[in-house]
Structures are given as C-alpha cells and as structure tokens.
Design a protein around this ligand. Structure first.
Ligand code: UT7
Length: 319
C-alpha cells in the first residue's frame, strides 16, 4: 500500500500588498532593501476576523474539487499551523466542522514552516499502515497576527495563506520517501516566546528571529535532508524534475539549489508573490506549479521545509 496526492488547492486572502504599500504604512523600509535581501515583492494579509480555519476551508474545497471527492469521503484531516484560531479546539477540528465531515480523525501539527512536510509524512504513514485511506493535509497560516509591525527586520518577510492536498491510498507510490527532524536546542533563533495565562499575555507574543542564524541553519539542513530522501529512494538530484523548498527567502532557495547542483529553472519560487507563508508555502507553490502546467503527472518533485523548533524535513514524490 502506498499513498499518492490526488488533488491540490490553495487560497490567498485579500489583495496583494506590495513593499511600497508597507513603506506607505509607516514601516521604515524600502522596496529595494526587501527585494535585494529576500526577493519578496508582495504578500497577502488576512482581513481582521479572517482565521486560519477560514483560509484552510477555501484551500481544502479546491483540493477536494481537484480530487473529485466530497468532504465526507475523508477519514483523516491534518492541519499544519502555528497560528491556530484558538488555543483549542484544534484548527483541524474547526476545519472539519466547517467542511461538514464528522467522525474522521482530525488534529493539528505544530512544526512551524516544516509543518506541511510533517503533515504529509504523517498522512503517508497512516495510509501505508492501512488505518486510513483518504487524507486532507493542509498548511494554513495568518502570520500577520503574530508580527511586530514595529520590527522591520521581521514584519516585511511574512504573509498569510493556505494550501491543501488530498492524499489517497494507491497501489503505485506517489510518496517515495520522507524524513522529518527536529533540534529543540535551536528554539531561541526563531520563536514567539509568549503565552496566555490567567487571562493575560505572559512574555512576548510576537515573532522574534535571528535572521542570519536562521539563514545558515536553513541552507545546511535543506541540503542534508534533500540528500537523505534521495538516498532513501535510490535517486539523485538529476532525477528531480522540480524542487519546492519552503519559501522564506530567494537567497536561501538559490543557496539550496546550488548545494544540490540544481539550476534555478527547476526550482518553484513563489516567495516574490507570497512572502513567507510558513506551513502554507509549500502547498501554495505546489498548487501554482500544477495548475500552470509545469508539474505534470509522473514528475519527481522534492518538497523541503525548515522552520522554528528547529524542525526540518523532506518528501520526495512522483506526482
Ligand atoms: O521560515 C524561516 C524564516 N526566516 C528566514 O528564512 C529568515 C532568514 N534570514 C534572512 O532572510 C535574512 O537574514 C534577513 C532578510 C532577515 C535579513 O537580511 P540580512 O542580510 O541578514 O540583514 P541584517 O539583519 O544583517 O540587517 C542589515 C541591515 C541592518 O541595518 P544596519 O544595522 O546595518 O544599519 C538592519 O537594521 O538592514 C536593516 N534592516 C532593514 N532595512 C530596511 C533590517 N530590516 C530592514 C528592512 N528595511 N525591512
């Protein structure tokens, strides 16, 4: 028994917000700085009151339509998010309620920007065990809610959005190999070090990051985990048709491609249009490249995530 992606969908809230729009809102930055350091030109920001489960719902409906399935066909719902609607219930349970699918297993995965790769790996293992047959794996984020809009070093980098895939049991592999890792000793370099207790915010509720430390860590582990999943599948980088790394910074994508001796024309990039949408970035990029015809059935696609925790992982699939 194997698992295979049978439908993909995504959703971006509102209109694109340009770097110039951010400068107009009083952030001391410039289009030149943001583009040269990150490659980001636009991001989408959710409206007030628009939640991760709302974005997840829109993406999930598109993924279900692409798979030709109804919500009631699903027996597993996994939502990867670091910006859940509530402390509890999980965003996966809220999504399940909105989809009108009662009884399926539903839970969130908290692995920040690696969350989608974690979720897809978990769904693959559930399906291969025979316990479940049709999974929905979603990455959904409203990072705009946890940004300190006075910290120009972070607030210009992130955006909101959601992407979803339907994964079904199949006789031929879809997902060829996967690996997920974490090293909690790196937690201070990217974190939101606050919580709610006794009705008050305790600590700092905003995203904090040591950008240069994150940069170095990301390039190293994205290179390592790509090699790990390729070795598992007994393939090499020359067999990879498309690389989809987590979309954090164009310079991280370029450095990763270089480490893997891959040309940038085999790397799907959306960071220019979406910014960093954390757990949503990989399924958003996958959806775009499938819908615009670059990724065709049978293509080898390597997905890679890295994020707070620190967490990282890769999934190699035959689409
Ligand atoms: O999902 C993982 C999430 N995180 C990442 O992937 C982030 C990885 N790191 C990075 O992408 C880069 O480190 C950044 C884009 C965050 C920063 O680039 P950098 O080349 O490491 O710049 P820096 O932090 O060293 O800052 C250089 C200068 C500083 O000014 P001074 O001290 O040299 O005068 C900053 O104050 O750039 C300044 N700066 C800005 N200027 C204009 C920082 N943010 C901005 C800004 N606009 N938005």
């Amino acid at each position: 028994m194997f698992s295979r992606i049978t439908g993909i969908g995504s959703f971006l809230p509102g209109a694109a917000v340009s770097n110039g729009d951010l400068a107009d809102r009083g952030i001391e930055t410039s289009d030149e700085w943001i583009v040269s350091r990150t490659g980001i030109r636009f991001r989408h920001l959710a409206a007030s009151g628009e939640t991760a489960s709302d974005l997840a719902l829109a993406a999930s409906r598109r993924a279900l339509a692409a798979a030709g399935l109804e919500a009631s066909d699903l027996d597993l719902i996994i939502v990867a998010t670091s910006t859940p609607d509530f402390i509890f219930p999980s965003t996966a349970c809220l999504l399940q309620g909105k989809l009108g699918n009662q009884g399926a297993t539903a839970f969130d995965v908290q692995a920040v920007c690696s969350g989608f790769v974690y979720g897809l790996t978990i769904a693959d293992k559930f399906i291969r065990s025979g316990s479940h047959r049709r999974a929905l794996v979603v990455g959904a984020e409203v990072f705009s809610r946890i940004l300190d809009w006075k910290d120009r070093g972070t607030c210009v980098l992130f955006g909101d959005g959601a992407g979803a895939v339907v994964v079904e049991a199949a006789e031929q592999p879809g997902i060829l190999a996967s690996a997920i890792h974490a090293d909690g000793t790196y937690n201070p370099i990217l974190c939101v070090p606050g919580t709610v207790a006794g009705g008050a915010v305790i600590g700092d509720p905003f995203l904090r990051m040591d950008g240069q430390a994150v940069f170095k860590f990301a390039v190293r582990v994205l290179g390592e985990v790509a090699q790990e999943v390729l070795d598992q599948a007994r393939l090499t980088t020359s067999d990879v048709d498309w690389l989809i790394p987590h979309q954090a910074n164009i310079r991280i994508l370029q450095a990763t491609a270089k480490r893997l001796s891959m040309d940038m024309d085999r790397v799907i990039t959306t960071v220019d249009r979406h910014g960093n949408t954390s757990a949503a970035s990989i399924p958003l990029a996958l959806d775009l490249a499938v819908r615009d015809g670059r990724i065709q059935r049978g293509a080898h696609v390597l997905l890679e995530g890295v994020g707070g925790g620190f967490t990282w992982g890769g999934v190699l699939l035959r689409y």
